[in-house]
Design a protein around this ligand. Structure first.
Ligand code: C2E
Ligand code: CA
Ligand code: CA
Ligand code: CA
Length: 279
């Protein structure tokens, strides 16, 4: 309280609210996280229901902050995007995942794809095809073992710029999947325009698939749509046998989820792939 003359006092809110303070602490900690080697990748297997074997692994970013402990990507990626840090973090993820996959193959493991999440901002920056080409060259990974996971938002915001980059990426020989399908955007026009290889049914639809007829209907329609457009369909967030059975029955070809495995450190993923761990 600040005195303004004799009997009048004016009260101020604290300069920083708890939320703002928390945010500043995270921004500061995030700034040097990459240099301090606090970022790492875990890998979650994607399973082909035809063979029952692991066909790919999605690289999922983890941040072990000295100050904040383990921070969820759902919390820090939006902050990294606002700070502009997602560009350099995204390059690190791409390079680390490609180098890891090449190392697995060099060690004699059966080859699998590695799927890397790409922020819309990385696409909007316009430099992604060049960075991917350089990363493939430097790591020596065969492009067909790299998949990029894009979300719908970027295909709707900057259609032409995104389309030309996706075409360039496809020319390099990598595959493209559409992540979180069905969340947020309802325009389907872009689906036939973009050369997509795979469509991921969002876990929000998978969660209640056996109890909620509307979710089941959306999943069925998504499978039919993918097949009609020549794309492979994969469901994420599969946790139960019941979900697996239903997805299999409607023609879903691949699954990813805790039922098979959580995201694991690279050493554990290598063991699963090496053992030919199957459903
Ligand atoms: P996403 O791309 O949709 O990834 C799937 C998320 O679902 C992951 O959360 C994964 O751990 C979780 N998950 C997998 N199986 C199951 C399951 O059976 N049940 C449930 N309840 N969850 C499951 P995670 O690792 O916390 O990542 C959250 C999000 O952060 C990702 O969602 C993605 O949007 C983003 N993200 C993660 N890594 C990166 C990255 O390297 N770059 C970018 N741009 N975003 C990333
Ligand atoms: Ca993803
Ligand atoms: Ca997803
Ligand atoms: Ca998601």
């Amino acid at each position: 309280a600040k005195s303004r003359g004799r009997n009048t006092y004016q009260f101020f809110e604290p300069v920083l609210s708890a939320g703002v303070l928390q945010r500043l602490v995270m921004e500061n900690a995030l700034r040097g996280a990459m240099e301090r080697n606090e970022l790492l990748l875990h890998y979650q297997p994607q399973v082909d229901l035809g063979s029952g074997g692991i066909c790919a692994a999605e690289a999922l970013l983890r941040w072990r902050s000295a100050e904040l402990g383990l921070v969820s990507p759902a919390d820090f990626i939006p902050v990294a995007e606002e700070m502009g840090l997602i560009i350099s973090i995204g390059e690190w993820v791409l390079r680390t995942a490609c180098a890891q996959n090449k190392a697995w193959q060099d060690a004699g493991l059966p080859p699998i794809r590695v799927a890397v999440n790409v922020s819309a901002l990385q696409v909007l920056a316009g430099t992604l095809p060049g960075i991917v080409a350089e990363t493939l060259r430097d790591t020596g990974l065969d492009p067909r073992y790299l998949e990029l996971e894009l979300t719908e938002s970027v295909m709707i915001r900057e259609v032409e710029a995104t389309l030309s980059q996706v075409i360039e990426l496809k020319r390099l020989g990598v595959t493209i999947s559409l992540d979180d399908f069905g969340t947020g955007y309802s325009s389907l026009g872009y689906l036939s325009r973009f050369p997509l290889d795979r469509l991921k049914i969002d876990q929000g639809f998978v969660r209640n698939i056996t109890t909620e007829p509307k979710n089941a209907a959306i999943a069925r329609a998504t499978v039919a749509l993918s097949q009609g457009l020549g794309m492979v369909v994969i469901a994420e967030g599969v946790e139960t046998e019941g979900q697996l059975r239903y997805l299999h029955s409607i023609g879903c070809e691949e699954i990813q989820g805790y039922l098979f495995s959580r995201p694991v450190p690279p050493e554990e993923l290598a063991v699963m792939v090496g053992q030919g761990k199957a459903l």
